[in-house]
Design a protein around this ligand. Structure first.
Ligand code: PEP
Ligand code: MN
Length: 352
């Protein structure tokens, strides 16, 4: 349920209303939007009569029920206003959100060695990316495939962070690794295979670093938003949703089906920022540019693109990785589309 306050509602009145709501066994959450202040109510609200709440104060404009199973993640919970996820990086803060410039995350699938991660970081930074991605802990289908270098790769990510000034996004697969990864990462990634690992969702929800939540490969949008709800309900409001392709009937040409329709759909359902990953979404480097540009045209807030200095030698996901030169070219093309739809890339790559 949400309580929409009238413009100019006095602070004392808001505290008084919150107190009364607490006495009804509710836990009001104050959400200050650009235009309105809203009190979000999560808890057992089924038996509550909106009219009874309305009567608490003349400053209450409206009391509305949130119809969806996801509450905190729903757009309605913020009375239609998008949220922003602000991330500190060594080069300053970067904001993910609907009314902000596009944010680009680039880097290899896995951190392989120091030279490759530093080289990739410097190249993607020069091309205009704000974040370096790279897995230290890798979720692989086969137990015999490269599993990532683990803790030692975290040190390499830290080195790449200082060398480039880029923020770091890396995956966490195990609740036991959250603290250690959060020491290095500016954003924690929960991968597609762990989207419904509820213990992990609760754990990343109970710490402060922003979380990038990838869509499970067979997850419905409601399941995905309910997974986000776990993180929000545990106390972390900094969640970014990442579409990375889903399983459909045809896998002959593309690894997954990149579901770009999530862009308008999520916009209507949730206030959370959205990222598109055309690399895992297609599985082939030659398909990545078209889908990256389409994602910008369809309104994405950010992109994740795999880049490797020598894709043919990559220890994981080489076929879908762009070369640094290919990434450079794509950033130039993306700037053109960004300009056309009013979503600027950072000034370094905005075309005159
Ligand atoms: C990745 O980002 O390298 C990865 C494993 O992604 P996903 O969870 O989307 O498969
Ligand atoms: Mn990968």
């Amino acid at each position: 349920m949400i309580v929409v306050m009238k413009v100019g509602s006095p602070e004392v009145e808001l505290s008084r209303i919150s107190q009364e709501l607490k006495q009804l066994g509710l836990n009001p959450e104050k959400i200050v939007g650009k235009h309105k202040v809203v009190l979000g109510l999560v808890g057992d609200t089924v038996d509550l009569d909106p009219l009874q709440i309305q009567e608490i104060s003349p400053w209450i404009e409206q009391v509305l029920r949130v119809e969806k199973p996801f509450k905190r993640a729903s757009r309605q919970f913020r009375h239609g206003e998008p949220s922003e996820v602000v991330v500190s990086t060594p080069s300053g803060s970067v904001t993910f959100g609907e009314h902000h410039p596009l944010v680009v995350v680039a880097g290899p699938c896995s951190v392989e060695n120091e030279a490759m991660i530093i080289e990739t970081a410097l190249r993607v930074k020069a091309a205009g990316a704000q974040f370096l991605r790279g897995g230290a802990y890798k979720p692989r289908t086969s137990p015999y495939a490269f599993q990532g270098h683990g803790e030692s790769a975290l040190q390499l990510l830290a080195a790449a962070r200082s060398a480039s000034g880029l923020g770091i996004i890396t995956e966490v697969m195990d609740t036991a690794d959250v603290e250690k990864i959060a020491e290095v990462a500016d954003v924690l990634q929960v991968g597609a295979r762990n989207m419904q690992n509820f213990a992990l969702l609760k754990k990343v929800g109970a710490q402060d670093k922003p979380v990038l939540l990838k869509r499970g490969m067979s997850a419905t949008i409601d399941e995905w938003l309910m997974a986000a709800e776990y993180i929000l309900a545990a106390g972390n409001s900094k969640v970014i949703l990442c579409e990375r392709g889903i399983r459909t009937f045809d896998r002959q040409y593309a690894r997954n089906t990149l579901d770009l329709s999530v862009l308008p759909v999520l916009r209507s359902l949730t206030h959370l920022p959205i990222m598109i990953d055309p690399s895992h979404g297609t599985g082939k480097s030659e398909y990545v540019p078209a889908m990256a540009k389409a994602a910008i045209a369809a309104g994405t807030d950010s992109l994740m693109i795999e880049v490797h200095p020598n894709p043919t030698k990559a220890l994981s996901d080489g076929p879908q990785s762009l070369t640094p030169d290919g990434f450079d070219d794509l950033m130039q093309e993306m700037a053109v589309i960004g300009k056309a739809v009013g979503r600027w890339l950072e000034p370094a790559v905005v075309l005159a």
